[in-house]
Write a protein that binds this ligand. Structure first.
Ligand code: SF4
Length: 435
């Protein structure tokens, strides 16, 4: 599709400070200015806006321009922390000296980032956002990213002294630092049933349960490497938890999906049979759908792999079943020692209704982290440990029984081979028969 050009690009960033509060003159930044041209809003516009309000951003822009000119980066790490914590802050120092022996950009020589955990499902009130912005204007550069790749609110740019002041203030009204380094990282959950009819689980409860249980492992890095939890309410997996988390919890259902035939007929009447066949029926990866002559829909639920396509397209007519729960996958991550890995299904279906069910989920997460922490090599993600020691050993290590519904990746065949793994398959059949 052709790209659209915004009619009025300036309207995206029309903020003009009432009065200039920074006391330093701007550096000459021709290369940054170049980036401001073009139809789309530029980050440079935002930086300039903040530079009008504080000297730190004036020097930050100067240093960025200098970096572009010399094609070198000048930031180095270090150790910055707040009392009682071992992580959550990304320290950044720079000491660029000019030919006169003076620091070229003294105001931004300390430019640390604080990672702060967002509320579960990213549910903020505007009052909360104002509170956070005010605190950051007081103690930092004013630059905030909602949210970074890690899921945190990234408060970018403050001095070593002000990290403690800022943390104390936001902690007072209920916010906490997230994870950085070899630890349990800040978790993420989707917006959930507050705004999404596909939700099959209480994402916020799961998120809070896991974070609260592992908060010590988040604040004091002591694991072989990072460990991430992500929670998606349905198999659409809006949190990309399969690819991006070591422990992925995804809502699903195990009975039949609900079909409102009246809505199916209305959809067919509106869009036409051809559209429905081309865009829904023939797009089902397992051919589980058929459109009947009377414009009703038949679903072969046993063969539905919960890809969510038909439910997304016909969202009034189709919805998840009533018997809801979660699937747990372990080991997703981006490239490291081995290439990118997607999560492997360890628990095909877990009911999460009673407090005991949630307790079971917590225990499972504890078992996984304990086993991985004891057996992983330095700097090895959970998926890599599984790859190195084998899935059979991993399952045995965390005390999970084999089930043919366990699959390597979503929507592919079982990794439990019932033809050659007779003994385990027999045990599974017995367990199933016993209920
Ligand atoms: Fe087919 Fe996906 Fe719909 Fe299941 S959810 S019936 S697999 S299109």
């Amino acid at each position: 599709m052709a790209q659209q050009t915004p009619k009025n690009p300036e309207k995206h960033c029309t903020y003009v400070p009432k009065q200039k509060k920074s006391t330093k003159p701007y550096h000459n930044t021709p290369m940054l200015n170049e980036l401001e041209k073009g139809p789309w809003p530029s980050f440079v516009h935002g930086l300039k806006r903040l530079a009008a309000e504080n000297n730190m951003m004036v020097d930050l822009m100067g240093q960025l321009e200098h970096s572009y000119k010399t094609r070198l980066g000048y930031w180095k790490g270090g150790t910055v922390s707040v009392f009682g914590y071992g992580g959550g802050i990304i320290p950044r120092f720079t000491e660029l000296m000019g030919s006169d022996g003076k620091a070229m950009f003294p105001e931004s020589k300390e430019f640390h980032t604080l990672r702060v955990q967002p509320p579960a499902g990213n549910h903020y009130t505007t009052a909360m956002l104002r509170q956070l912005s005010n605190s950051w204007n007081k103690y930092g550069s004013g630059l905030i990213a909602f949210h970074g790749q890690t899921g945190n609110i990234m408060f970018i740019g403050t001095t070593t002294k002000n990290t403690q002041h800022f943390f104390d203030e936001i902690n007072e009204y209920g916010f906490d630092l997230g994870g950085a380094g070899p630890c349990v990282r800040t978790s993420m959950s989707c917006v959930g049933s507050a705004r999404c009819e596909q939700s099959c689980a209480n994402e916020q409860k799961i998120h809070r349960l896991l974070v609260n249980n592992f908060i010590d492992d988040m604040h004091r890095p002591a694991l072989p490497y990072k460990f991430k939890f992500k929670v998606s309410g349905c198999p659409n997996d809006c949190m990309n938890s399969i690819q991006r988390s070591d422990f992925s919890v995804i809502g699903t259902w195990r009975d039949d999906m609900k079909v409102d035939q009246k809505e199916v007929k209305a959809f067919v009447a509106k869009k036409g049979r051809k559209y429905v066949v081309d865009s829904v029926i023939s797009k089902c990866p397992t051919n589980a759908l058929s459109l009947n002559d009377d414009d009703t829909l038949s679903v072969d639920n046993r063969n539905c792999v919960r890809c969510m396509h038909c439910l997304n397209v016909m969202n009034k007519a189709l919805s998840p079943g009533d018997d809801k729960g979660v699937t747990i996958l372990i080991g997703g991550k981006r490239t490291l020692k081995i290439g990118d890995t997607m999560g492997t299904v360890i628990v095909p279906f877990m009911k999460l209704e009673t407090e005991e069910d949630y307790e079971q989920l917590k225990e499972m997460a504890e078992n996984v982290i304990d086993f991985w922490a004891e057996n992983a090599l330095e700097h090895e993600r959970c998926g890599e440990t599984i790859d190195r020691i084998g899935l059979v050993n991993f399952l045995e290590g965390i005390g999970v029984d084999v089930d043919p519904n366990m699959i390597n990746n979503p929507r592919v065949s079982s990794y439990v081979r019932t033809d050659t793994w007779d003994e385990e398959a027999e045990k599974w059949k017995e367990r199933k028969a016993a209920g």
